[in-house]
Design a binder for this molecule. Structure first.
Ligand SMILES: [Zn+2]
Length: 354
């Protein structure tokens, strides 16, 4: 008899994106029958949002049995802390930017306890992804964890987050255009696994934001769409079972830049610039990528906070070797030369580097 097996995926059970949702944290945790929480704040975040979170937990009858302020993402510290968390804790909550969320997500994964993600800035798609970006032996590594049990995004908080965080989110989002193209190419050339559903989801997230003609990136409606799209990118990785739908040649360049740059910029800033270059290499929706990064003010922001040209050129050189068996446009014969020529000669690129 023939056996049928359908893929099972995890999705967040709590999913709230609206203004002032942080004040409802306690209610949402209690609704899911959580009683004892461990909280992990990014540096400076407890001072801004702590009172609202604590008040909300207290009025809902959720106790805080453990708390920490996260400044580093060294895996050894996470493992050590995981075993210091009281046994009664039934939910781990990360509040803040990337570090606190990556830290708490992995800690929850180690303990096999649900994790609730409360990003106060959405500078990349990590707040709802099944991975954690951590330091292992001093090097930044992406480790498998679990998709968050809950995601609570307070748009009012995201609105007050530093501008670079919003531009970084924009860069990480537009990179799905080049990532998806690379994935399809890898499937054709190396026979890599494809997942139509994950591809459609990731591609739709970009279409959604492109249809939204808004140039004020702090407009709540624009932020809602941005957050929604980044969140769905996280889900697309969960569906695919790997990061391909959300990460291609542009991510390789960004990872390589992290390795060679004296002062790396934010993930999504680097990824956005690299996506612009890679969309040129791919001859893939180049004008779309360019116009979006132009109209949102992304290019203007980077021009005021430029990347290092020599280091970026070096990053392009080593990008293809960053990940093993990962075919992208950069694996093609003349791509590295073309990318470097483009970086040196393109009118927009010239403003993005010093
Ligand atoms: Zn990314």
């Amino acid at each position: 008899m023939m056996k049928f097996s359908q893929k099972q995926i995890f999705i967040p059970s709590i999913l709230k994106i609206a203004e002032r949702e942080i004040e409802n944290t306690g209610k949402y945790l209690k609704d899911e029958l959580f009683n004892n929480a461990a909280l992990f704040f990014s540096e400076g975040i407890e001072e801004i949002f702590g009172e609202k979170v604590y008040h909300s937990l207290e009025t809902s009858g959720v106790k805080v049995l453990h708390r920490n302020i996260i400044s580093d993402i060294n895996i050894e510290n996470i493992i050590r802390e995981a075993f210091a968390i009281p046994k009664a804790v039934d939910v781990l909550v990360g509040i803040g930017g990337g570090k606190a969320l990556d830290y708490a997500k992995y800690c929850a994964h180690v303990l096999a306890v649900p994790f609730v993600s409360i990003p106060t800035s959405t500078s990349n798609d990590g707040f709802c992804s099944p991975n954690s970006s951590l330091l292992v032996d001093g090097k930044r590594k992406t480790l498998s964890a679990k998709i968050p049990y809950g995601v609570i995004v307070d748009i009012a908080a995201v609105k007050t987050s530093p501008e670079p965080c919003i531009y970084s989110g924009i860069g990480d989002l537009i990179s799905k255009i080049t990532a998806g193209w690379d994935w399809k190419m890898a499937v054709r050339i190396t026979g890599e696994r494809f997942n139509d559903f994950a591809y459609i989801i990731a591609n739709n997230t970009v279409l959604d934001i492109l249809h939204f003609k808004e140039t004020d990136v702090k407009n709540p409606e624009f932020l809602f769409h941005l957050v929604n799209s980044l969140l769905m990118n996280g889900i697309s990785m969960e569906i695919a079972g790997f990061s391909r739908p959300a990460s291609g040649s542009e991510h390789l360049i960004s990872h390589a830049y992290d390795q060679v740059a004296e002062k790396p910029s934010m993930h999504g800033i680097q990824v956005g610039v690299a996506a612009y270059i890679c969309s040129y290499l791919q001859q893939n929706r180049f004008e779309t990528v360019r116009d979006f990064l132009k109209s949102t003010g992304f290019f203007d922001y980077v021009a005021k906070n430029p990347l290092n040209k020599e280091e970026f050129l070096k990053a392009i050189d080593i990008a293809p070797s960053v990940k093993e068996d990962f075919y992208t446009i950069l694996s093609e014969n003349d791509s590295i030369i073309r990318a470097k020529e483009f970086l040196k000669n393109d009118v927009i690129c010239r403003k993005l580097f010093v």
